[in-house]
Each structure stands twice: as C-alpha cells, then as structure tokens.
Design a protein. Structure first.
Length: 360
C-alpha cells in the first residue's frame, strides 16, 4: 500500500501543471500583444483611436491648399482681364491675343436698351470692312490705314460699324420680342441659292475669304440674321389697319393709271420707294433679284403692260414692264407701304437708350 501511495502522489503534480498551462500561455500571449502594439509601425485595434486622434488630418491641409490655389487663379484672372481691359478701352488693341481673349471675355463696347454689344463683335465687323476696302473689285491701290488719310478713313468706318451694331442689337431685341424664328431649312435654302448664283461652293468660299475674311459659318450666321430681319419686317408691316389703308390707296392709283394717268408721273407723286424721283424705274433685273411675288408678276407681263396690285413684304406695288431682253426684264413700279419699316426701325434705333464705352 505504501508503494502504491507514493507512486500515485506524483501523478497529481502533472495534472496541476497541465491545468496551469493555459493561464501561462494567456499571460505570455497578452504580454507579447502589448509589446507588439508598442513597436513602431505595428497596427493595433486597441491603440488605433488614440493614434488617429494624435495624427494631423490631411483633409484640412488639402482644403487650405485648394483654397490658396483658387484664390491665386482668381487674382491672376482679374489681373489679366484688367490688363486687356486697358488695352481695349484705352488703345483699342486688335492684336490676335486681344481678339482671342475678347472671344472668351465679353468686354462690352455699347449698351443698348439693357443689351450689350461685345468688343469681339466690333473687331469682327471692323476687320471685315477693312478687308473689303482693301480688296474690293476694281481697285488697284490698297488703302494704307497707317497713313493720315487711312487713319481718318478708318475712324469713319469704325463709327459706321458702331452705328450698324446698335441697329443690329435693336433688331435682335425686336426679333426676340416678336418671337421670330427661322428654320435651318430656310437658311440652307438661301445658302444654296447664293452658292448657285455665285458659281459653286468653292467660289463662294474664295470670295468670302478674299473680300471679307469670313468663313462659311460666318456667312451662315449672317444669312440667318438677314432672314430673321425679313420675317420681322413682314410681321411689322402686316398691321391690319395699315394694310387696308395702303391697299385702298394702291387700288385708287391703279384706277387712275387705267383711266389714262401717266405711270411715271404717278410714281413721282405717290411712290414711297427711293426710285420715285426716276418715275419708279428699276432698270433691268433677272430672276432671283427681287422678292418672289414681285418677280412672278413682273415676268408675267409683256412690254407696256401694267400689273394689278401686288403685295410683298414691303407693301403694295403696281408694276409696269418697259422692255424684255432674254431673261432680263426692264420694269418700273409704284410702292405704297403698309408701314414704313425703314422709318419704324429708325425710330426704334433713335429712341433706344444707349451707353457707349468705347471711344472712336
């Protein structure tokens, strides 16, 4: 029994030792984790909040840097805009770089009824008219715009451009007010007619570049504006009361001519066209040179015949064909306007509130 007892007692010690191992491993493991967490570059979920709290936030630095860059850019833009403003308003610079800047920054040269005319528009029109005068057909000597005479001529042309730009701005405002629209088809049809009359697309582009410095897109823009103005004229001159009065007057004049009154004498007395002083004589013209209703009536007449009352966008006409030569007709006319559109536009331009910023 004594031997068995002494042999059994040592067995209890290993059991205690085994039961204590997990605690020792946990302690060692915990110490290792704590030690590892203190090592540089070691991530620890226990110390992460503290590390984040102490570390500087990069977003604040980025915001400051972005704000400084934006401020610097704004200051630079202001300086550039101001510098070119001086070049434009004091020196009327027309250099390529000034033109490029003006195409982006709408420096105003004039204010018309609250609408602005830009320096870019002004430069475009001045360049066009200068090129035309230097390359117009029949001239062999170009104008030297740097000479005394050339500078005087240029100043006159610049003033003409300003007057035209004012009129154009008034027209655009009236077009918008009257809700005038022109379709792409109308524009393209008109361009096709111009191209055909000029002898082809290549010829049109050559003439545009040589005499005006225009691109084909410039022509397209001009054609659209011209069609819009024609549509505006048609609407303005279609006032019912004015239309009825003009028609009645034209019919009265026609009755007198049919009764034996001299056509040229009646034209001088009653016609509201610029040809009145010449008895309404229009000279020879071919197809495509007059508005369609007028053209159709004129080409349907024989020499000596007088038409009935013909209405166009300009008013009421009485047409007399004097002679026919092939596809050309020599005619005279008497015009009675429904509304004098030229006078209407002149009144609108004269009454426009205008501020001019560019001195000519």
């Amino acid at each position: 029994m004594a031997k068995k007892t002494s042999q059994e007692k040592p067995k209890a010690k290993p059991e205690k030792t085994v039961s204590a191992k997990p605690k020792l491993i946990d302690q060692v493991g915990g110490s290792v984790k704590q030690l590892a967490s203190k090592l540089p570059g070691t991530k620890s979920s226990e110390t992460k909040p503290e590390a984040e709290a102490k570390a500087p936030k990069p977003s604040k630095l980025n915001k400051r840097l972005i704000a400084m860059i934006v401020s610097a850019v704004i200051v630079l833009i202001i300086v550039i805009v101001g510098a070119f403003g001086v070049l434009i308003y004091r020196y009327k610079s027309s250099s390529r770089i000034t033109e490029a800047v003006a195409s982006v920054v709408p420096y105003p040269v004039m204010k018309v009824n609250g609408g602005f005319v830009s320096y870019h528009e002004y430069l475009f029109e001045v360049a066009s008219i200068k090129q035309y005068y230097q390359n117009q057909p029949g001239t062999t000597t170009k104008i030297d715009f740097n000479s005394a005479a050339g500078k005087a001529k240029l100043k006159d042309l610049e003033q003409q451009v300003m007057t035209q730009l004012k009129s154009d701005e008034v027209s655009r405002q009236l077009i918008k007010k009257n809700k005038i629209t022109v379709t792409d088809k109308q524009v393209n049809d008109q361009l096709a007619q111009i191209t055909q009359s000029a002898g082809g697309d290549q010829k049109v582009r050559q003439v545009l570049a040589q005499y005006y410095g225009w691109t084909y897109n410039d022509l397209k823009r001009k054609v659209k504006f011209q069609l819009e103005k024609q549509a505006l004229q048609t609407k303005i001159t279609s006032d019912p009361k004015a239309d009825a009065a003009a028609k009645a007057k034209a019919e009265s004049i026609l009755a007198q001519i049919k009764a034996g009154a001299d056509f040229a004498t009646m034209a001088k007395e009653y016609s509201q066209d610029t040809t009145a002083a010449n008895g309404g004589d229009l000279g020879f013209f071919g197809r495509g040179q007059m508005v369609k209703p007028f053209e159709d009536a004129a080409f349907a007449l024989q020499p000596g015949q007088v038409s009935g009352v013909v209405k166009t966008q300009y008013g009421y006409h009485i047409i007399k064909v004097i002679a026919v030569n092939g596809d050309q007709v020599h005619a005279a006319h008497i015009l009675i306007k429904t509304v004098d559109f030229d006078q209407y536009m002149q009144n609108a331009v004269n009454s426009a509130k205008t501020s001019q910023y560019l001195k000519i």
